[in-house]
Design a protein around this ligand. Structure first.
Ligand code: MN
Length: 295
């Protein structure tokens, strides 16, 4: 890898001083349709070199206030169950060192390891916010519990995961619909048409308010006009503006404790997708570190 995320100078990218660490997780073990998500982390880091540090919303270069260290990419066995444990083991020391960990994928199953590390390290109830075109609530898929189509079920395996809140879903199976209906104490899914109205906001805020939130962004949650380079694209997704609005509500009402951005499968000649993901990560960090808290 040529450079660090955002191509930051040393004073902003050293491990000891940075509040944020970016962990590239180029894992692609169970992908079922379009391939290439193992190339996601390198494409995100390359595109991030073009992101402006200056953020108009805050009229400053917010990264000056937090700093980002980019870790070496994780290497894997090709066993999906072992991968989850490897990620858990790799991430835990950084959480314990007080770092805000950003996992960049890689396929969505990596989030199971990231969430496990967060749930076990904090020892407190956490809520997962999942931006995704799919609910990923199958118990297993193609004979595997750690398939990327099952990741939200794996979140729910953790006792410390109080609830999974899903936004932007527009492709779902009969089994998953039935699971949602039976488990409405732990899963709340806002389908894409729900987010076109304003009614979802109050309920969303009430479910996240003052909680510890882990945000997992499957980039296929966004509309393919924003991010087309993904393995299982679905038409009719979240706009860029709506996505930022969700994240702004989150950072204004709750404590964001971890983040991942997964399922970018870069396409030659379509670097708009890579850039959108890099900018989305930077914007999320800016919102987190400029959070305005009501006292
Ligand atoms: Mn998805």
């Amino acid at each position: 890898m040529q450079s660090n995320f955002l191509n930051l100078p040393k004073k902003l990218s050293g491990y000891d001083t940075a509040k944020v660490v970016v962990l590239p997780i180029p894992y692609e073990g169970t992908v079922t349709y379009g391939k290439g998500t193992s190339n996601g982390p390198a494409a995100i880091i390359k595109a991030s070199q073009q992101v402006e540090f200056y953020d108009r919303e805050f009229d400053c270069e917010p990264v000056d206030n937090y700093g980002i260290h980019t870790l070496a990419p994780l290497a894997f066995s090709n066993n999906p169950d072992k991968t989850v444990e490897q990620i858990n083991n790799a991430v835990t020391p950084h959480i314990n060192a007080g770092k805000f960990v950003v996992g960049i994928g890689g396929e969505h199953s990596i989030s199971a390891g990231l969430v496990k590390a967060q749930a076990e390290s904090t020892g407190l109830p956490i809520t997962i916010v999942q931006i995704d075109a799919h609910s990923d609530l199958r118990d297993s898929y193609e004979g595997n519990h750690n398939n990327h189509a099952c990741v939200a079920r794996r979140f729910l395996d953790n006792e410390n995961v109080e609830r999974v809140l899903q936004l932007g879903v527009r492709s779902i199976s009969t089994e998953e619909m039935s699971f949602i209906r039976k488990n409405n104490d732990r899963v709340r899914t806002w389908f894409i048409e729900d987010i076109d109205t304003d009614e979802w906001q109050n309920e969303f805020i009430s479910l996240i308010s003052r909680k510890k939130i882990y945000l997992t962004i499957d980039v296929d949650g966004l509309d393919p006009s924003v991010i087309a380079a993904t393995g299982t694209p679905e038409p009719g997704g979240l706009s860029w503006e709506k996505t930022i609005e969700i994240i702004r509500l989150l950072t204004n009402s709750a404590e964001l404790i971890g983040l991942d951005c997964v399922e970018l499968a870069p396409l030659a000649g379509m670097h708009a997708s890579d850039f959108a993901v890099a900018k989305l990560i930077y914007k999320t960090l800016n919102l987190k570190y400029n959070e305005i808290k009501e006292s």
